[in-house]
Design a protein around this ligand. Structure first.
Ligand SMILES: Cc1ncc(COP(=O)(O)O)c(C=O)c1O
Length: 383
C-alpha cells in the first residue's frame, strides 16, 4: 500500500485540471500578447482563469497578478511595497514562523537598509495582536503575516490583523499558500491588501501562482521587461499553467465544504491515534489549523529516521518543511513555538489530501507505533 501524506509540500494535479490544460500546449499555443486569433484565444483563456482565481478569494479579476508561484509572489509583495513606498517609511513587521520565501526576503531587506520586526508566537503558533499593535510605528509600511503555517498548520487571526493594519494605515500582505482552496479566504472581509497563492498546493500545476494586489495599492515591478500583467510582472505568461490554476480554483471552490469535512475527520482520527504513542505530542493548535495538517514530536528519535522507515513502508511524510529537508538546523518554526532543538529534530509532519482514506490512516496508525518503538530501542537518548 502506498500512502501519500505530504500534501503540504505538493498535491497531485487533478485529472480535470490536466484535461483543461492540455489543449494549451499543442493546439491553443498562442502567446497571449499576440494580436492574431491564436493570441486572442490564449488571452481569453487566461482572463477566464483570472476570474476563477479572483472568485475563490473574493477579489476582482484585475487585482490578480499571475506569477511563477508563491515564492515569487512573496518577493514581489515585500520588495516592491517597500521600494515603492520608501517615502512613507522603512519598517516591515513579520513573524518568526514565516515560510523561507518571506523570512529570507525580509533578511535581504535588512541588508538593503530596511528595518524588520519579527513577532514572536505563543506555544500554539499564534502571534499576539497586542504585540502587533505595539510594533507599529510611524515608519511602518508593511505587515506580512502568513495565513496558515506550512509546518504546524496554525491559522492566524487574519481578519483581526487586517483590521489593525487598516486602522494604522499600513499595508497588509499575507502568504496564503497553505490556505487558498483549503479554507475560506475573503480578501475584502479580511482587509488584505496583498495575498500570495500557489497552484500546486490545491491540485494545480507547479510553477504558477498569483499575487493579489488590492486596487489602489502603490506597488512597482520586480521583474522588468514587457508590459505583461499590468506592468507588474514581465514575461510571456504561462498560459497552460494559468489555465490549470484557474481550473484548480474553480474545483476547490465547489469542493471546499465537503473536503474540509473529510479532511478534518481524517486529521482528528490521525491525531487521536498517534497521540496514543508514549512521549509524543501535537505541534500547533488542536483546532485552529489547516484541515489536512498534523505535526507531531516524538521524544528520543530523529524525524529523518522516521521518514526513512515510513518510506520503506510506502508512507510519504516529511519532517519540517520540504524546502528545509536538506538543512541540519532544527526548524525555525518549531523552535519559535518553544521546542528544544532535540525535540524539534524528532518531528513528523503528515499532511492529508482529498483522496486519502480512513484505511490509509489506519495503515499509518499501525505502522507508526512499531517504527517509533524500533527507533527508540536504537536510540542512546531513550535509555
Ligand atoms: C507558506 C508557503 N509559502 C510559500 C511557499 C512557496 O510556494 P512555491 O512553491 O509556489 O514557490 C510555500 C511552499 O511550500 C509555502 O508553504
Amino acid at each position: 500500500m502506498k500512502v501519500y501524506l505530504d500534501h503540504g509540500a505538493t498535491t497531485p494535479v487533478d485529472k480535470e485540471v490536466v484535461k483543461a490544460m492540455q489543449p494549451y500546449f499543442t493546439e491553443k499555443y498562442g502567446n497571449a500578447s499576440s494580436l492574431h486569433s491564436f493570441g486572442r484565444e490564449a488571452k481569453e483563456a487566461m482572463e477566464k482563469a483570472r476570474k476563477s482565481v479572483a472568485k475563490l478569494i473574493n477579489a476582482e479579476p484585475k487585482e490578480i497578478i499571475f506569477t511563477s508561484g508563491g515564492t515569487e509572489a512573496d518577493n514581489i509583495a515585500i520588495k516592491e511595497i517597500m521600494f515603492t513606498n520608501r517615502n512613507k517609511g522603512n519598517h516591515i513587521i513579520t513573524s518568526r514562523i514565516e515560510h523561507h520565501a518571506v523570512e529570507n526576503t525580509c533578511k535581504f531587506m535588512e541588508k538593503m537598509g530596511f528595518k524588520v520586526t519579527y513577532l514572536s508566537v505563543d506555544k500554539n503558533g499564534f502571534i499576539s495582536l497586542d504585540d502587533l499593535r505595539k510594533a507599529i510605528t510611524k515608519e511602518t509600511v508593511l505587515v506580512s503575516i502568513m495565513h496558515a503555517n506550512n509546518e504546524i498548520g496554525t491559522i492566524q487571526p487574519i481578519e483581526e490583523i487586517g483590521k489593525i493594519c487598516k486602522e494604522n494605515d499600513v499595508y497588509f500582505h499575507t502568504d496564503a499558500v497553505q490556505t487558498v482552496g483549503k479554507v475560506a479566504v475573503d480578501v475584502k472581509k479580511m482587509n488584505i491588501d496583498l495575498l500570495s497563492s500557489s497552484a500546486h498546493k490545491l491540485y494545480g500545476p507547479k510553477g504558477v501562482g498569483c499575487l493579489f494586489v488590492k486596487e489602489g495599492t502603490r506597488i512597482g515591478s520586480l521583474i522588468h521587461g514587457g508590459n505583461h500583467e499590468k506592468g507588474l510582472r514581465a514575461g510571456t505568461e504561462n498560459v497552460s499553467g494559468i489555465v490549470g490554476f484557474g481550473k484548480a480554483c474553480e474545483l476547490a471552490g465547489k469542493r471546499m465544504d465537503k473536503e474540509v469535512e473529510h479532511l478534518t475527520k481524517l486529521r482528528d482520527k490521525l491525531i487521536k491515534g498517534v497521540l496514543e504513542i508514549k512521549d509524543s505530542w501535537l505541534n500547533g493548535d488542536p483546532s485552529k489549523r489547516v484541515p489536512g495538517n498534523t505535526n507531531f514530536s516524538f521524544r528520543y528519535i530523529e524525524g529523518e529516521s522516521l521518514i526513512m522507515y515510513l518510506d520503506e513502508m510506502g508512507i510519504a511524510a516529511s519532517t519540517g518543511s520540504a524546502c528545509s529537508t536538506k538543512e541540519l538546523k532544527p526548524s525555525h518554526v518549531l523552535t519559535a513555538i518553544g521546542l528544544k532543538p532535540e525535540e524539534a529534530h524528532g518531528s513528523l509532519r503528515l499532511t492529508l489530501g482529498k483522496d486519502n482514506t480512513e484505511e490509509e490512516v489506519e495503515h499509518v496508525l499501525k505502522a507508526l507505533p512499531e517504527i517509533v518503538e524500533k527507533l527508540r530501542k536504537m536510540s542512546p537518548l531513550a535509555k
